[in-house]
Ligand binder design. Structure first.
Ligand SMILES: Cc1ncc(COP(=O)(O)O)c(C=O)c1O
Length: 389
């Protein structure tokens, strides 16, 4: 399947028909699997015979989702997880031990910062945060015990773009692994493994589902890291993806590229309009020539993506007015939906991190994040204008 284009892989890969020859992928809603005999059960448990045992380990619908996403990301292997956060946790638990060190971008999702700073720190794993994409700053943060470089590109919510190829080179030279959170672009717009990343993590909850229905996650990349490490942790610790969610996600992947292209077009339209608006101090969108990494984004991504962040003049009060004046756009912290969403990061997604960390991540009181869906761009502009005007 590796030679097909991504839109074909999204529809035709990961299919293993049952004895009924169904056309649409089957949903295997079962927690365990039956053996023909005691000898077969023993052989399966010992790993001497392939096959399913229990859905915490493997399930055919989950396997179908993993195979399809692996084909789309160009990855050797994929394991699906219950959520994006459990994908990041499983990666850390598989690759790190006490005394190891992470170098992460400071502009990562709020819960990721909490996981690194409040959870992994309890087990003797320290994290250094780097502000921005300058390679010298990343180099300076490395220590002999650095085992993992972690980046989200474009970042949430400020859409900072990081050079995946140069970070991959840096990680390799340091004997570390580069992990890229590809949530904002999805494989429809960016394929980090082709650019040298060792692992990709996903919150499948976002664009892979695309319709705001289920939680899910995935870790993809080198077979040794994914299957020996991450899968081993998952099978033992249990944050596995449910078959039902896998089935929803499998169908979500089929429309991923067409959704991402349409949502990116509307996001660019909105970003251009916001940039000319007198009540807007700044717009963060990689598709705009004013974005500091516009050139890199044009090389690394197929488009600017569907998330636009902007700073409203007047701080929190003015920003909340925009949020509260919407009639169409949903006030919710999720993103990646066909329905456009708006959030005030300083008091929601980034509300539980320290004010210092928030300031370092550039999350100001006037900042709003809009994740553009599939409504008409004109209707979205009118909905925002009500609170801005
Ligand atoms: C960039 C990014 N990574 C990871 C996550 C965590 O994913 P989940 O909510 O599926 O656990 C999110 C959630 O919003 C996110 O935006």
């Amino acid at each position: 399947m590796q030679n097909y284009d991504i839109e074909t892989l999204a529809i035709r890969s990961g299919i293993a028909r049952s004895q009924f020859n169904e056309h649409s992928e089957a949903l295997y809603l079962t927690s365990s699997f039956v053996f023909d005999s005691a000898a077969q059960a023993a052989a399966r448990f010992q790993g001497n015979e392939p096959g399913n045992i229990y859905s915490r380990f493997t399930n055919p619908t989950v396997t179908a989702f993993q195979d399809r996403l692996a084909a789309m990301e160009g990855a050797e292997a994929c394991v699906a997880t219950a959520s994006g956060m459990s994908a990041i946790l499983a990666t850390a638990m598989a690759l790190l031990k006490s005394g190891d060190h992470i170098v992460s971008s400071s502009g990562v999702f709020g819960a990721t910062v909490q996981l690194f700073s409040n959870v992994l720190s309890k087990f003797g794993i320290e994290t250094a945060y780097v502000d921005g994409p300058a390679p010298e700053a990343w180099k300076a943060a490395l220590r002999p015990k650095t085992k993992l470089l972690y980046v989200e590109t474009p970042s949430n919510p400020l859409t900072e773009v990081f050079d995946i190829r140069s970070l991959a080179d840096l990680a390799r030279a340091a004997g570390a692994v580069l992990v890229v959170d590809n949530c904002f672009c999805s494989p429809a717009l960016q394929r980090p493994i082709e650019l040298g990343a060792d692992l990709v993590v996903h919150s499948a909850t976002k664009y892979l589902d695309g319709q705001g229905r289920v939680l899910g996650g995935a870790v993809l990349g080198r077979r040794d890291l994914v299957m020996d490490g991450v899968y081993g942790f998952l099978r033992t610790a249990g944050p596995s993806l449910s078959p039902f969610n896998a089935w929803v996600l499998l169908k979500g992947l089929e429309t991923l590229k067409i959704r991402m292209e349409a949502q990116s077009r509307s996001a660019l339209d909105l970003a251009r309009w916001l940039e000319t608006h007198p009540r807007v101090a700044k717009v963060h969108y990689p598709g705009l020539p004013s974005h500091p990494q516009h050139g890199l984004a044009a090389k690394q991504q197929r488009s600017g993506g569907a998330v636009v962040s902007f700073e409203v003049k007047g701080g929190r009060e003015a920003a909340w007015k925009v949020v509260d004046s919407t009639r169409l756009i949903s006030i919710t912290a999720n993103l990646g939906d066909t329905k456009t969403t708006i959030t005030h990061p300083a008091t929601t997604t980034h509300g539980r991190i320290s004010p210092e960390a928030r300031a370092r991540a550039g999350v100001t009181e006037g900042l709003l994040r809009v994740a553009v869906g599939l409504e008409s761009p004109g209707d979205l502009r009118a909905d925002l204008e009500r609170g801005l005007g």
